[in-house]
Write a protein that binds this ligand. Sequence first.
Ligand SMILES: [Zn+2]
Length: 683
Amino acid sequence: MKKEIILIMMSSLLLLSACTEKKSETNTLNSGIKKENLDLSVNPAEDFYQFACGGWIKNNPLTGEYARYGSFDQLAEQNREQLKTLIEGIAGQKNSDGTVSQKIGDLYLMGMDSNAIEKQGAAPIQPMLQNIQSIKSKNELTNCLVDLHLHNITPFFAVFGEGNPENSEMTIAWVWQSGLGIGDRDYYLEEKSEPIRKEYINLISGLLTLSGYSKMAGFENKEKNMAEKILKLETEMAKLFMNKNDLRDPYKTFNLKKVEELQNMLSVLNINQYLSGLGLSTDDALNISQPEYIKGLNKILKTNDLEVIKAYLSWNIIQNAAPYLSKDFVNADFNFYGKVLSGKEDNKPRWKRVIETVENALGEAVGQEYVKKYFPAEAKQRMLHLVENLQWALSERIKQNTWMADSTKAKAIDKLSSFIVKIGYPDKWRDYSALTISRDSYFANIMRAAEFESKYQLAKIGKPVDRSTWYMTPQTVNAYYNPSTNEICFPAGILQPPFFDMNADDAFNYGAIGVVIGHEMTHGFDDQGRNYNKAGNLENWWSEEDAKNFTERAQGLIEYFNRIEVFPGLFANGQFTLGENIADNGGLNVSFTAFQKAKKEGTIQDVMDGYTAEQRFFIAYAGVWANNIRDEEIQRRTKEDSHSLGKWRVNGTLPHITPFIEAFNVKEGNGMWLNPEARVQIW
Ligand SMILES: [Zn+2]
């Protein structure tokens, strides 16, 4: 529900054998291309995704626990096995009380103790539900929201700390819309999602009974009726939610307001009391990201019966807790969020779910051990070198582009050279000493961890932004660009094969990890990122003419992706995926430029395994996006994921890249062909 940094989604990788590789050494390198991942029965000029990934797709069928399984998920599975070894090792040793090892070990053991969890049933959440039940008037809602928000349960809205868009040095409070149980607002508003809403009512109704809340609150046997009222309340919220295209516009979500102004908008709550409860100042301005929603929320709180609001708040608690309670709860939760929404057949085994919990609660502590054991020191150096090559390539491309004035180019290059680059793991580690993990109940530990995390995040508000903070743990298989700190980050988790291959010729590495790096860099200059200056402040540093040229080019990508039918009758959302499509387009162009330089310098071999260096570059790129995906998940991601689907990150992106067209001799009439004038090139 929170504002998100821009991830690559499945992302990337790492080290690159450097340009300085000596010629004599290149002979020992392999091509990095695995024949078994290809489908040689397909003409690459017709369907490149099937050609480059068809073998992988066939050899890696979906298992019941996956809605989508791709190269990134495959690497994440390997990482998870490593984490399992590591965490089980810690849990099996003798740990003194209060140490990080004791916390990791005990949380894992509590989560794996399914007998104790079954025995406790709904008991762990009943005190929280009793608190809701005891509310007598709407005046008590403020304190109730303080308590829930401090435990990372965020009905109605969420508050978190984030840079001030006008002064990115300072962290301010952001208020963000939140509290739709199904997820995207379209589920509430679209006719065609009616069957999903029906299932949602069944889920709510079943869990209101199972949790004991309906009995406590005196509406036993009328759960279905109450569930319908909760859905109606959430639908009223959904109608007022800012839509996902507007959420990507940093100007639309920036509305600095004084506390009195927020109080006027949201008169049902006592804002001073609320902010004090969270430990925040009542003097500082806040960013109200969706002011129309907040105003409308006031009316919703006024007009809905207290009983319905209480049931909705209880539902938020139950829904948050369900994955960690006894199997009745877990199964009901999985049936809706896993099966109905994503088409999964089986829940993940318990150990994987518990490792995720440990990761959520103590991610950096686990990461500290992970990098000691699994991250080779030379990887960081190699990666820094690669990032430098890509930075050079993007700067060359900016200098040479034909649509930007020199003065704007100079600012773009200045921003590029100001990137903060984070690789592997943070220089300073987070302190977990204030978090208590004990052997009472799994859920009680999860709530303490949630409170610890909320307080950690809220404590940043009103203070200078700490630019050494990492927004991902080191073991994560992903990468990000954060516009408000102008930083790119590549955690250790993605810096390994099969995405970066130390033993492979660099054509492969530029096509895989190189494009990922270029992708993150390009985010600094996509339709969102271009609104921020080098310091991370919202500032229009573009001339009118340059901005117009950018927008026209971007419009070409929007319209192109809008025409892609991802599922019978369902089309990609070109506006929503624009930033990611610009980043894929730019990432390919930038990394290809770096690749060409390396080739000129003689560090890349010509033909290997029957493919030219250029062909290997694009085969490696496509391999990153190989995946199998269920029909339900295609539909869900088209609503909720700002990244294009894997298949279209290949077959939708490559027709715009002229070096690809040339490398595979694509001709007019071929499936991968796009007329030169229709090809979009921005960076
Ligand atoms: Zn991205």
